[in-house]
Design a protein around this ligand. Sequence first.
Ligand SMILES: NC(=O)c1ccc[n+]([C@@H]2O[C@H](COP(=O)([O-])OP(=O)(O)OC[C@H]3O[C@@H](n4cnc5c(N)ncnc54)[C@H](OP(=O)(O)O)[C@@H]3O)[C@@H](O)[C@H]2O)c1
Length: 359
Amino acid sequence: MTSNTVNLAAWQLEPKGPITVKEADVTEPGPREIRVKVMAAPIQPAEAKQFYTQVMPRFKYPGILGSQCAGIVDAIGSDVKKVKVGDPVAAGLNNYANGGDPARASFQRYAIAEEYEVISIGQDLSFVNAVALNTQTPGAALFKVLGLDRPPVPPAKPETKGQKILIWGGSSAMGALSICYAKLAGYEVVTTCSPHNFDLVKDLGADHVFDRNDPDVASKVIEFLPIAFWHDTISLPESIKPITQIAAVQHEQTREDIKLLTLLPVTAQFSPGMPELPPFLKAQMHFFKNKAPENQEHVEWLMGKPEQPGFLEQGLKGGWIRGLPGKSMGGLEKVEEGIKMVNEGENSGFKVVIEPWKE
Ligand SMILES: NC(=O)c1ccc[n+]([C@@H]2O[C@H](COP(=O)([O-])OP(=O)(O)OC[C@H]3O[C@@H](n4cnc5c(N)ncnc54)[C@H](OP(=O)(O)O)[C@@H]3O)[C@@H](O)[C@H]2O)c1
């Protein structure tokens, strides 16, 4: 990088305001930090929610959205051991965790990542597909919070566990990866999505797939009880209502409480129309603190250490972590259009991706 390098970013200058593409600082990486030349950044539901409804009240304006990227290591700070300049990488960024930090946002050409959030992706995976696959959420949800056994790494034919996991919303980005992970670990997967995504989720390994809009979806899933693990990647009234019906039948049979991991708060305050949950259905929203001491062993298993690639890096390089494909919208000028697509649910079966160096 030369001293006259210019960074361009997609700024949201004020809450509810439009996106404006203009210059941003090029920040020097600090100790154990990496500056990434951002080649691809996914538009996630979080960006749509912040853009339209300021779901993160601490987020500072003017701000740059985006918290995941893939690209090329452009500069490294002191003590970085995992990667070197020129390596292709994928990274989570602590933009939102820091209340909106423009240096750590992904809808721009250069972003700062912390070393532990960065993985090398090798030469074979496109940046657009890498950002659709690189997330810490499903790994933590399944193997740390829900307590499924971890899969063998590198993958081997897993021992069949003889237990089922219900993954509501198998064609969501989180659901698709969760199906892949559960199958790698030897579990039987029961899932839901729209019929046009049945082939997609079956190709990821789902064993039993049901139409989420079928009025009889609950009674069809009930045929597959008992379910050992319950994961709702949608976490809206439309998913909680049938899940509650299914859980009621299992509770009737076993008299045991059911732990349901959700990805959003399942309260009427957060989601108007959310029904009150029965006492036997214990919902827990996924909120994973990857810097907490009790989570370090899991984070190292998932993200790896210098000289010791973790589950994500091995799976992305080996091609055995699979999920939704990425679909590029184009450059930074397309951020607002992409956010609108995600907000309106026009991202069925793929991840919407921005390539900040495209004009
Ligand atoms: N707590 C956390 O740490 C965390 C982390 C990541 C994501 N999240 C949240 O988790 C949710 C899923 O994220 P994502 O990126 O996986 O979403 P996504 O890829 O945008 O999911 C979209 C798909 O979900 C399905 N869907 C949408 N509305 C539905 C409904 N009312 N009922 C059933 N299925 C529905 C649709 O599948 P079909 O087209 O097949 O119908 C749709 O294509 C988001 O709300 C996100 O904000 C939370």
